[in-house]
Design a protein around this ligand. Structure first.
Ligand code: ADP
Ligand code: 5GP
Length: 198
């Protein structure tokens, strides 16, 4: 008996500051082959970021061209910058049986859900609004206005949780990482994700 699998698309999503990036980084080393999709964005690189590693940094004009050329699976304006998931990398790898991970905002995840409902949608939720406030402030990355906008958006964003397949409450980081890893492992064992031959 030969067991092979289709590539699985995993989507980690949730409100800004909830810990998506932190969980993604911690999950990756322990889950075997899981390819990270590199998004395109119009925002400026931060200190250590390298074009083509964290993001493809595009000008607004370049980003519009990519949209026109249908190069994105999804794209969204996230707090005044454009972000999008390049289509070719994702589709090519899924076709070849490789699992792919997206870490994107909620608007983007809902677009992916509309076109690729077979993806595994994981909602990262804050333990409380107070924790979300603390994390956004402690991250020391956004202005008070920007933090206020993220908190305001988070209220509506939470209402989309029922459209996801899983929720991971990011209380204790290690536990949240373990649960995310468990979801990934379980999905890989699903019979419906297998192709069985000879
Ligand atoms: P996101 O990618 O969702 O915007 P980040 O991964 O940047 O969020 O996390 C926001 C802040 O919260 C960071 O400073 C991070 O270190 C912190 N953080 C993440 N997870 C936890 C956790 N479980 N407990 C406490 N702080 C956390
Ligand atoms: P940051 O600029 O801090 O790296 O990311 C800001 C937000 O944009 C995060 O919520 C992140 O998940 C989201 N994001 C990153 N890449 C994409 C993408 O390709 N599409 C969408 N819709 N959101 C993205």
């Amino acid at each position: 008996m030969q067991y092979t699998r289709k590539g699985i698309l995993f989507i980690i999503s949730g409100p800004s500051g909830v810990g998506k990036g932190t969980i993604k980084k911690a999950v990756l080393p322990g889950v075997g082959a899981l390819l990270e999709s590199i998004s395109a964005t119009t925002r400026q690189p931060r200190g250590h970021e390298v074009n083509g590693r964290e993001y493809f940094f595009l000008t607004p004009g370049e980003f519009s061209n990519w949209i026109q050329q249908d190069k994105f699976i999804e794209w969204a304006n996230v707090y005044s910058n454009m972000y999008g998931t390049p289509r070719e990398f994702v589709l090519k790898n899924l076709e070849q049986g490789h699992d792919v991970l997206l870490e994107i905002d909620i608007q983007g995840a809902l677009q992916v859900k509309a076109t690729m409902p077979e993806g595994v949608f994981i909602f990262i939720a804050p333990p409380s609004i107070e924790d979300l406030v603390d994390r956004l402030c402690n991250r020391d990355q956004d202005s008070p206005e920007s933090i206020a906008a993220r908190l305001a958006a988070s209220e509506e964003e939470m209402t989309f949780m029922p459209q996801y397949d899983y929720v991971v409450v990011n209380d204790n980081l290690e536990d949240a990482v373990d649960r995310t890893r468990a979801i990934i492992m379980a999905e890989r064992c699903k019979i419906s994700n297998m192709k069985m031959g000879g």
